[in-house]
Write a protein that binds this ligand. Structure first.
Ligand SMILES: Cc1cc2nc3c(=O)[nH]c(=O)nc-3n(C[C@H](O)[C@H](O)[C@H](O)COP(=O)(O)OP(=O)(O)OC[C@H]3O[C@@H](n4cnc5c(N)ncnc54)[C@H](O)[C@@H]3O)c2cc1C
Length: 494
């Protein structure tokens, strides 16, 4: 019997417990999860990508079982508001691209290419994607019973504390041992592998394999094993967040909103019983008191009386995600600010990749190396997409917005994409050559660059053909939307 020990009972620890239990033979692997109620969890992280659906599908847990228990709602995508100052519309929508978008997305890309040539074609992505329409009309991404629409790619919003409890319940029922105790010390074998976790009260838990899901403190990977940390703070300068609930939920929106404020941006995540709000900002530009005042003013009276939580963020990734007999997971392995809600997506990818290695049997150094390289590139790929938001937005009304555009360095990969776009080229080959389309598909990059109106050619008269095509696209989208349930109805079905 081999013993797998997970340190941490936040979302990532309980996701690991469930997925490992599902995939590792119960006769050969014993799984224990250790957490400390004194330390608690981060208590934020309430928006997902479509990968969370993959996770629940892996566990055979239908939406009707988990969504109501976690006050969850559907998410069609993210609206970015007030990130531009030079466009008529200061918002754009980033959809989760779906197969059903293939024709409308093609029209969108063609119109971007026309604009490169100085022809005035409509290029706000909001007009070209079904999920954007669904979101604007408070519709869900779920096809109504009896209708025949093709399923869309979608994600969720959820209460992170309730999700943790839900996953704990399932894991324990499936035989995961749960220990509530604080790890004070860690014992290692002579070769450096972790041997056991030692508790405050003198207790011990031994293991053959360890998952460090201990949050930003990264007790095993960074503290005990002294694995280095590659900071992203040079090009992602936000290092703090404030979280604050509000109550006016009607009608329940089916999108996350990310609104640019003076020193960062605010999220708005609708749940069935409350709205989760937060402000991600840079402490070099404003302190917690100022940021809280700005967030409260942004939300309005609806959050008065609610306590705000102040959170310090460590942005970057560990230099090795798998070291000796330990893998780092969740905040312990790294964090990219939550603008595209990618953290749990990375947790799932880490687990799937680790399990695939593990199931092959004997893991050698080459496996670890390949795994670490894969995860590291994954983090860097997502970082580049997030950095692009800061580099190409057109706000310049505060020192913060001036600094993020002027002095923040960008990777060579991102530079190549922006240069190709500015030169009026189709950016797909550049993304493919650098394997960046593995992290965000080309259409997401087009949404980002066109959404912020980054077109540098003076445009001539509007193209009648492009206008006509857009009309057809919009008629098609409106017609397709009739297949989908209202968000409120879909939540009663879930
Ligand atoms: C401001 C902000 C917004 C975010 N928004 C999103 C989002 O929209 N979408 C998304 O996917 N992610 C988001 N995230 C990330 C998300 O919150 C985390 O990835 C997720 O909650 C998982 O956290 P975790 O389990 O790794 O760590 P934590 O929740 O911090 O859990 C750590 C666990 O380790 C335990 N522990 C630590 N040390 C010890 C010890 N010595 N002994 C015993 N137990 C110990 C703690 O008790 C706890 O159970 C956000 C993060 C931040 C900071």
């Amino acid at each position: 019997m081999q013993r797998v020990v997970i340190l941490g009972g936040g979302t990532s620890g309980w996701m690991a417990a469930n997925l490992l239990r599902r995939h590792l033979d119960a006769h050969r692997f014993d799984i224990t999860l250790v957490e400390s109620p004194d330390i608690g969890t981060i208590g934020v992280g309430e928006g997902s990508t479509p990968h969370l659906k993959v996770f629940f599908d892996e566990l055979n847990i239908p939406e009707s079982q988990w969504m109501a228990a976690c006050n969850a709602t559907y998410k069609n995508g993210i609206s970015f508001v007030n990130w531009t100052s030079h466009l008529e519309s200061n918002r754009y929508f980033h959809p989760f691209p779906s197969f059903t978008d293939r024709q409308t997305a093609a029209a969108f890309l063609t119109h971007c290419h026309l604009k490169f040539k100085g022809i005035d074609a409509p290029t706000n992505p909001d007009q070209y994607f079904l999920s954007s329409y669904l979101s604007q009309h408070h519709l869900s991404p779920k096809v109504a019973p009896g209708k025949t629409g093709a399923p869309l790619n979608y994600a969720y919003h959820f209460d992170s504390t309730l999700l943790g409890k839900y996953l704990q319940n399932i894991a324990c029922k499936e035989g995961v041992t749960h220990i509530s105790n604080k790890v004070q010390d860690v014992a290692q074998h002579p070769d450096g592998r972790i041997a056991s976790l030692l508790f405050e009260d003198g207790g011990v838990v031994n293991g053959d394999w360890f998952v460090d899901a201990s949050g930003f403190r990264s007790q095993l990977m960074q503290q005990t094993l002294q694995v280095g940390f590659e900071s992203f703070s040079d090009n992602l300068i936000n290092d703090s967040a404030i979280a604050l609930a509000s109550h006016d939920i009607s009608p329940i929106s089916s999108e996350t909103t990310a609104t640019a404020l003076n020193n960062g941006w605010a999220w708005r995540i609708p749940l069935t019983n409350r709205v989760g709000n937060g402000y991600v900002f840079s402490r070099a530009h404003c302190d917690f008191t100022q940021a809280e005042a700005e967030l409260r003013a942004h939300i309005g009276d609806d959050a008065s009386g609610e306590d705000a939580r102040h959170i310090h963020m460590k942005v970057g990734q560990v230099q090795e995600h798998w070291h000796k007999n330990t893998i780092a997971l969740g905040l312990s392995q790294g964090f990219i600010e939550p603008l595209e809600a990618t953290a749990l997506h990375l947790v799932l990818e880490t687990l799937i990749s680790f399990i695939a290695n593990f199931k092959q049997g004997e893991c050698v150094d080459a496996d670890r190396k390949a795994f670490n390289q894969h995860m590291s590139r994954r983090y860097q790929g997502i970082r580049d997409y997030i950095v692009c938001h800061y580099k190409i937005n057109t706000r310049s009304d505060t020192p913060y917005w001036q600094e993020v555009k002027r002095s923040v360095p960008i990777s060579d990969n991102l530079r190549a994409v922006i240069d190709a776009w500015d030169a009026g080229q189709d950016i797909t080959p550049t993304l493919q050559a650098q394997e960046m389309d593995k992290y965000y598909p080309a259409v997401s990059w087009y949404c980002l660059l066109a959404g912020y109106g980054r077109f540098n050619k003076q445009t001539r008269a509007p193209s009648a053909q492009a206008k006509h095509t857009l009309k057809q696209v919009q008629a098609y989208i409106a017609q397709s939307s009739a297949q989908f349930m209202s968000h409120a109805t879909a939540l009663t079905h879930a």
